[in-house]
Ligand binder design. Structure first.
Ligand SMILES: Cc1cc2nc3c(=O)[nH]c(=O)nc-3n(C[C@H](O)[C@H](O)[C@H](O)COP(=O)(O)OP(=O)(O)OC[C@H]3O[C@@H](n4cnc5c(N)ncnc54)[C@H](O)[C@@H]3O)c2cc1C
Length: 505
């Protein structure tokens, strides 16, 4: 098998894929459309404030460590991770708050504050989440689901663990208090899932957070992206920015190479796409070369919601604030129905507020703080005109924060700007502007998600949020591990290279 491999996209999935392919001896070129690596994890700078654009909650840090270990390196020589406590503070509209923390005694006390009877239910819930994790994560997160038989193999476990039921339904069996039910079900929103529809298997996120904790990278998530790109440079991966791929050339059902927007053609029989599979199939591959993934079948799938993210810097600090706050609005299920199903922009909202300067003050000028505020909104199937609604929506959010959570915000704003679903659709090239690719539902998970190895084009592989296991950093980093199972290793004189040989090759 050829040694050359091309990776389309430098999101976390693409960077991890490049590392894994390189460690197996491939000559790797990453082609990234944008001017920065990181994809959703790119950074913005304004008026001396640093903003991570996307992921901020770092879980399962071992998945990063592994990428450095592939080359005998220590991740701590590249970037530092620090634990965040509380993991999140959940604030309710009536002013009550819940600190979601990692140690039992403090967590039980938080639960008892809301409903003492739910402490016992929580103990059973957490045990259930551990059992789901043992199957859904330990056994399946980096499994190859190319064949229907791979799916059938897990059905008995799913049934036994009731992991096919909705996450909310599963949690509600153990927890009676309505506010606590929200505390233990909002997590899938960070990977594009509606808690009322996402299968109970996603309860594993709770155990994952308890097991490895919630971390933050000093310098922001950008520091992780920089650490990974430095590593890739050291081991000879070629990263090309502002190199959008316009077409994947297919001959007789085989990938032959990619055509760049500037007309350059790069030959390769192994192409790993970190770009959204729905966009790759519909925009980069000739319809004649696709049997399974027609435009119509791709249009029938259900795509995750999108996001509105406001970034702002203040010349004032808010020392009482937690690093991660979930600011819940008055409605839960109704709001989610507006976003996922009715696809309307509601008057009320629930927000995630990121205050990284609580952990790393260097991300803002002295005496100031840098923030982002995220609101799940309908994807582009809504028809909302964001050029009109975007600025209004930002104003409404800033007003609500000023009135309820960040007093004096308006008077102390130094900079503010926002991104909306048009950013996900345009700059990040995501189908329907979905922030997390395909919506994680039972019928779009594992075998039923886009496959890591294309069924239509031999030599084409996928990593990232659109494929198994799905969105979120643990998901996309694990998707790159699936490559080890599906991409043939390059052979040298009939044998597979050893790791030291591969790196020096
Ligand atoms: C605002 C926000 C907050 C989030 N918070 C968290 C969090 O706290 N924790 C967490 O774990 N997850 C979080 N997530 C989810 C997580 O960020 C994503 O699931 C993950 O980063 C997606 O990575 P990916 O590998 O799929 O690639 P992406 O980040 O989607 O990158 C894909 C790359 O491919 C490039 N590309 C696309 N098409 C082409 C082409 N034709 N040619 C060349 N390049 C192309 C794009 O420019 C992009 O750089 C968040 C997401 C968002 C949007």
């Amino acid at each position: 098998m050829s040694k050359q491999a091309i990776v389309i996209g430098a999101g976390f999935g693409g960077l991890a894929a490049a590392a894994r392919l390189r460690a197996r001896g491939h000559q790797v070129t990453i082609l990234e459309a944008g001017g920065q690596a990181g994809g959703r994890a790119r950074a913005f700078e304004s008026e001396g404030f640093h903003f991570d654009a996307g992921p901020t909650v770092i879980t399962a840090p071992y998945l990063f460590d592994e990428l450095f270990e592939l080359f005998g390196k220590d991740r701590r020589d590249y970037f530092q991770l620090v634990p965040v406590d509380p993991f999140y503070r959940v604030v309710f509209p009536d002013g009550r708050s819940f600190d979601y923390v990692g140690d039992d005694e403090r967590l039980f006390a938080q639960i008892a504050k809301f409903n003492p009877a739910d402490v016992d239910g929580y103990k059973r819930l957490v045990e259930h989440s551990r059992r789901i994790f043992d199957v859904g994560y330990t056994e399946l997160v980096d499994a190859d689901f190319s064949k229907f038989g791979d799916m059938m193999r897990i059905v008995p476990d799913l049934v036994r663990l009731r992991a096919y039921k909705s996450l909310y339904g599963l949690v509600a069996r153990y927890i009676k208090d309505d506010a606590l039910r929200q505390v233990f079900t909002f997590q899938p929103l960070l990977i594009g899932g509606n808690p009322f529809r996402v299968p109970g298997i996603y309860l594993l996120i709770h155990w994952l957070e308890r097991k490895w904790g919630v971390h933050f990278a000093m310098g922001g998530t950008t520091a992780i992206v920089q650490g990974l790109t430095r590593l890739l440079g050291e081991v000879g991966v070629d990263l090309r920015l502002e190199a959008p791929v316009e077409r994947i050339e297919v001959q007789n059902g085989r990938a032959k190479g990619v055509l760049l927007a500037d007309g350059t053609f790069l030959e390769s029989e192994i192409i790993v796409s970190n770009a959204d599979p729905a966009m790759v199939y519909t925009k980069l591959i000739d319809a004649a070369a696709r049997r399974k993934h027609s435009d119509a079948s791709i249009a029938r799938k259900r795509y995750s919601m999108s996001l509105f993210v406001g970034y702002f810097g203040t010349k004032k600090t808010y020392p009482d604030l937690a690093h991660h706050s979930i600011l819940l609005g008055p409605r839960y299920r109704g709001l989610l129905t507006d976003i996922f199903d009715r696809k309307t922009l509601s008057e009320d909202f629930s927000l995630y507020l990121h205050a990284p300067t609580r952990t790393d003050p260097s991300l803002a000028p002295p005496g100031g703080e840098s923030f982002y505020v995220l609101s799940p909104v309908p994807n582009q199937a809504s028809g909302i005109d964001w050029s009109v609604e975007g600025p209004r929506y930002m104003d409404r959010i800033l007003d609500a924060l000023d009135a309820e959570h960040l007093p004096g915000l308006r008077d102390n704003l130094v900079t503010d700007f926002h991104v909306d679903p048009t950013y996900f659709e345009g700059e990040l090239r995501s189908y329907q502007g979905a922030a997390f690719g395909l919506e994680p539902t039972l019928r779009q998970s594992a075998y039923f998600r886009f496959h890591n190895a294309s069924e239509d084009v031999a030599g084409l592989y996928f990593v990232g949020a659109g494929v198994h296991p799905g969105a979120g950093l643990p998901g996309v980093l694990s998707s790159a591990k699936v490559l080890d199972r599906v991409v043939p290793a390059p052979a040298t004189k009939g044998r597979v290279l050893s790791l030291p040989e591969a790196v020096s090759a």
